[in-house]
Design a protein around this ligand. Structure first.
Ligand code: PEP
Ligand code: MN
Length: 354
């Protein structure tokens, strides 16, 4: 599969990922131009702005539609940025291509529908435009690959994927949980396919953009697509997750791009560090159990029950959330705490029985 490298990676320094940035939605010509100028001035080369916005519920801002195409064309003309937008129907494809849009992406709600993807694929036939396919809203790798195949079968050679997280019924730290194993498996199955991360729609909140960008880089993603707006708090859509061009620049500056080739650290040294961590863990656990036994004594003296489920539930939820902020899986943290708690209860029961 030919890839997007010629358009996305030309002239990049190795310390910066391929980047697409711009507002969630084009709102007004002034807003588009202000964002385009600010981003171009900071080295961004591909500008995103949604014109047709698929909203989960009616009544939200559904985009300015084709009326925004001349604004994007002006941004391209005056700043030299390449322009990208979402296409969800055959008409969107035709209008965007006619207006000189340089890159199209297919949104998560569209990827979930094979009829819609096929309609877009048919409309793309004969056009030589790069296309990025977002994952479907549900964690369904085959559906994602199927959409990529439909676009590929229409003759599109410059193809890539965007990981934007998956919606789940559970409340979580994220707007859409990353489930990194799915894009990693996509990469294993299609190693030539450039893979982008969309931290904005995964995180849903400004403060999560930086750590998500770093995680994507650590997992070997090729690029990032980030929502940026000059006045995020006044944005007409996805307010909480948009960042200013200045904030984006700061995040990119702080990104650590690790070399994939040999490191200077020896494996022995790293294993020794792991052993030290385990020593400390054991020591800490023993101390925690000693405290548990003292609590057991207190409960015995005051005739209190061992199990206090409210406090335990609260503790589990809080620690799982904290663990996620630290880059660990919440479910993993719960499992660890549950095991510790079980042993702690056993120790308290022992004290009570003494
Ligand atoms: C977007 O990129 O603004 C968008 C609507 O994203 P998604 O399709 O991932 O929800
Ligand atoms: Mn958005």
């Amino acid at each position: 599969m030919e890839n997007l490298r010629p358009i996305l990676f030309a002239g990049l320094t190795p310390r910066r990922p391929a980047l697409i940035a711009g507002p969630c939605s084009a709102e007004t010509e002034e807003q588009v131009m202000a964002a385009a100028r600010a981003l171009a001035a900071r080295g961004v080369r591909i500008f995103r702005a949604g014109l047709w916005k698929p909203r989960t519920k009616p009544g939200g801002f559904e985009g300015v539609g084709a009326a925004g195409l001349p604004w994007l064309a002006r941004a391209k003309r005056e700043t030299g940025l390449r322009i990208a937008t979402e296409a969800a129907t055959a008409e969107h494809v035709a209008a965007a291509c006619a207006a000189g849009v340089d890159l199209l992406w297919i949104g998560a709600r569209t990827t979930a529908n094979p009829f819609a993807v096929q309609e877009i694929a048919d409309a793309l036939r004969g056009h030589d435009i790069p296309v990025l396919v977002k994952n479907p809203v549900s964690p369904d790798l085959e559906l994602w690959i199927g959409a990529l195949q439909r676009i590929r079968n229409a003759g599109i050679r410059r193809l890539g994927a965007i990981h934007r997280g998956f919606s789940t019924a559970d409340r979580s730290l994220y707007r859409n949980t990353p489930q990194w194993s799915i894009p990693i498996e996509l990469h294993r199955r299609l190693p030539e396919l450039p893979l982008f991360c969309d931290p904005s729609h995964i995180g849903g909140r400004r403060e999560l953009i930086a750590p998500l960008c770093q995680q994507a880089m650590d997992l070997g993603f090729d690029g990032l697509i980030v929502e940026a707006h000059c006045s995020p708090d006044e944005a007409w859509s996805d307010r909480a997750q948009q960042i200013t061009p200045e904030a984006l620049d700061e995040i990119l500056r702080r990104l650590v791009i690790r070399r994939t080739t040999a490191t200077t650290e020896s494996l022995d040294e790293l294993r020794r560090e792991i052993d030290e961590c385990d020593d400390e863990l054991l020591e800490l656990l023993a101390r925690r159990m000693r405290i548990s036994r003292r609590i057991g004594q207190y409960k015995r003296e005051h005739s209190m029950p061992v199990l206090q489920t409210l406090r335990y539930d609260e503790l589990l939820a809080r620690r799982a959330a904290e663990a996620e902020k630290l880059g660990m899986d919440g479910a993993f943290m719960r499992a660890v705490l549950q095991a510790i708690h079980e042993e702690s209860v056993r120790q308290q029961m022992e004290v009570l029985g003494e």
